[in-house]
Design a protein. Structure first.
Length: 250
């Protein structure tokens, strides 16, 4: 197998091994609102079933956008994602609400709003997930205040970023770009780097619950797999296949 150094010449910064390596550790293993938490790799090990709760905005549009984007995520990660009209069957709830109802939704689906006060005060939309003792994600919720998201021109961003983060990439960083996980960038849709990070997260070489040190040791091999398969070379093209960006025609 060729080493990644053989590919470095002529690559964009986000295609370089060290940049991919550091970006993955930052986005997958750091916690923006809980930096003291012991980091470990989290991801889904069972199919995702989404329930849509729509109390504001166009419910049919919301479902259409979510369905297109989740199909895209399944194509990238291999994680099956389906929808249900029975909230009891769901392990992800997508709540489209209004700004004045956000804290009520947090209390219902996440817990005491004061426990995530910083996120509530800073974020336009919210995502939260719970993991089991093995580090596998078991459940999640996204809360999108439609009025506030549209006021800030972030409605589509919220759908794409929050459901993507619930797959196991929970952190944001201004040092990772181009990426939807960068709060100061103008990226709305999944970037080629985001595509690569998702492919790494669901590599068969990695497992839910791994420590940062374990992931760090395996990352060069995982990244090398992606070079060998041409995924890093072709990421800018591959990320568009089945994407919301392609569907909308942006």
């Amino acid at each position: 197998m060729l080493t990644s150094s053989a590919y470095a010449q002529g690559y964009a910064h986000w295609q370089e091994e060290n940049y991919i390596h550091d970006s993955f550790l930052t986005i997958a293993l750091q916690r923006e609102y809980n930096p003291s938490q012991t980091p470990r790799l989290v991801r889904w090990e069972k199919p995702i079933i989404v329930y849509i709760e729509s109390e504001a905005g166009d419910s049919s549009l919301q479902e259409q956008l979510l369905r297109i984007h989740t199909r895209h995520l399944t194509r990238i990660t291999g994680v099956p994602i389906d929808f249900t009209s029975d909230i009891r069957r769901a392990n992800i709830i997508a709540s489209f609400t209004t700004l004045d109802q956000v804290e009520e939704k947090v209390a219902r689906y996440i817990g005491d709003p004061e426990s995530i006060r910083v996120a509530l005060d800073e974020a336009i939309c919210l995502g939260n997930f719970g993991v089991n003792s093995r580090g596998a994600i078991e459940r999640g919720v996204i809360i999108i205040p439609v009025d506030y998201a549209r006021q800030n021109a972030r409605f589509l961003d919220c759908i794409i970023e929050e459901i993507t983060q619930l797959l196991g990439l929970p952190n944001d960083s201004d040092n990772v770009y181009p990426s939807i996980f960068n709060d100061v960038s103008s990226d709305i849709y999944l970037s080629p780097l985001d595509y690569i990070l998702l492919k790494i997260l669901y590599s068969p070489r990695l497992k839910a619950g791994m420590s940062a040190e374990q992931v760090d040791r395996l990352l060069p091999t995982v990244i090398n797999d992606l070079y060998y398969l041409g995924i890093i070379d072709d990421a800018a093209k591959l990320v568009q296949v089945g994407s919301l960006k392609s569907h909308i025609g942006d």
